[in-house]
Design a protein around this ligand. Structure first.
Ligand code: SAM
Length: 376
């Protein structure tokens, strides 16, 4: 018998299922129980809506070995996220209550329950649905009916599996839980058999549980005071523009990128290379030309909105790029919200005019640089 090969692989299909669910329901706080090598957490860590990501596994060694894949890289400090993101890994058993996992929007248990002994499974269901009570839970487990297509031998798919359920067994377990803990449950799965195969259901069966009630603050606070039992293995906060220091960096980067481009354009038009067209231009004509062409320093017409933003100008021996003009750049406007905030962010970081209304580029520096370069 040819073994069935899924494309994409079955584990990928399970992750894709979770990702599709997250895309629709936009949970902010997500925990993965039995996270093993943290592969699902890794895939979820830059999901727009997710701000808190937690993994739990009873295998401490695997968490220590694979947890590093969840840590920020130097690059993330240069390009901070828009929303906050924390990632935490705990060593512990899903059969034990820990308040660290209270208040979650989604808890996933992907191919976990079949690894639990009967007693642990009973405790787990009380921990998950009675204590943690997330807004939603996604539980996947092998569907034993599919096994006839995987192997001729009657055996479990993995030596550590304590059971493998038929669709009826899984659904009756899940519906009992839903009734007991006031959840609604729907069933689906991933990994389909060839159409010509007999009806064996999906290879991985999935239950999606949705909570039917809002917990009172009082009950939540009582649970919050429960003693912690999990051991924290990793906790990282990704740099995000929600933190003032990173917001300032991103604002400066975006505003100065434009300021530099506008200044360079203005300068090029002010001192164009002498060619047939402008060799006879008077200085005042050159300035007019520079002012009218400065706008091409913007990347898009929306940014430019010619006429609504002030052009750079020469004052004394320096080019001035008005902050008002930089504030017209959509990203800068979105990040700062007001011109005053832009001014505060730039103040002390870059040379501004005495009234703080423009970025100043002294012209003599340009000339010095030019002569240095021609000397070299
Ligand atoms: N969810 C992972 C994925 O989809 O990539 C794979 C899960 S793996 C098949 C089962 C995991 O459950 C193992 O990493 C195992 O250590 C963990 N596990 C078993 N019993 C557990 C328990 N009582 N508490 C927490 N994790 C447990």
């Amino acid at each position: 018998m040819d073994p069935i090969r899924f494309t994409p692989p079955l584990y990928e299909q399970r992750y894709e299922f979770v990702k599709a669910y997250i895309n629709i329901h936009k949970p902010k706080k997500v925990a993965d129980l039995g996270c093993s090598e943290c592969s699902l957490l890794h895939k979820l860590k830059f999901w727009d809506c997710i701000e808190e990501l937690v993994g739990v596994d009873i295998d401490e060694e695997i968490l220590r070995r694979k947890g590093y894949t969840l840590m920020p890289l130097p690059f993330h400090y240069l390009d901070p996220l828009e929303s906050p993101l924390s990632v935490t890994l705990y060593h512990g058993s899903v059969a034990e209550k820990d308040p660290a996992l209270l208040g979650f929007d989604l808890i996933t248990c992907i191919e976990l329950i079949e690894h639990l002994e009967t007693k642990d499974l009973e405790q787990f269901q009380d921990v998950l649905f009675g204590f943690l009570a997330p807004k939603a839970a996604v539980i996947s487990t092998p569907n034993v009916e599919f096994n006839v297509l995987l192997s001729e031998k009657a055996c479990f798919r993995h030596p550590d599996h304590k059971f493998e359920w038929s669709r009826k067994e899984f659904q009756s377990w899940a519906m009992n839980i839903a009734r007991q803990y006031n959840y609604t449950v729907e069933f689906t799965g991933v990994g389909e058999a060839e159409p010509k195969s007999k009806d064996v259901g999906y290879c991985s069966q999935i239950g999606i549980f949705t909570k039917n009630y809002n917990e009172s603050e009082e009950s939540f606070n009582i649970k919050k005071s429960h003693t912690s039992v999990y051991k924290r293995i990793l906790h990282v906060e990704y740099p995000s523009i929600q933190e003032e220091k990173y917001l300032r960096k991103v604002v400066l980067k975006n505003a100065l990128l434009h300021a530099d481009r506008l200044k360079t354009n203005f300068l090029q038009n002010l001192y164009p290379e002498e060619d047939e067209e402008n060799v006879n231009m008077a200085d005042c004509e050159k300035k007019t030309c520079a002012v009218s062409r400065w706008i091409s320093g913007f990347q898009t017409p929306i940014e430019a909105e010619e006429g609504k933003v002030k052009p750079p100008f020469l004052e004394g021996d320096a080019i001035h790029v008005p902050l008002e003009t930089l504030f017209a750049v959509p990203k800068v406007k979105k990040l700062c919200g007001s011109l005053d905030v832009l001014q505060q962010m730039m103040n002390g970081e870059i040379l501004l005019s005495s009234d703080g209304s423009a970025v100043v580029y002294p012209l003599h520096v340009e000339h010095d640089l030019d002569s240095e370069m021609s000397d070299a």
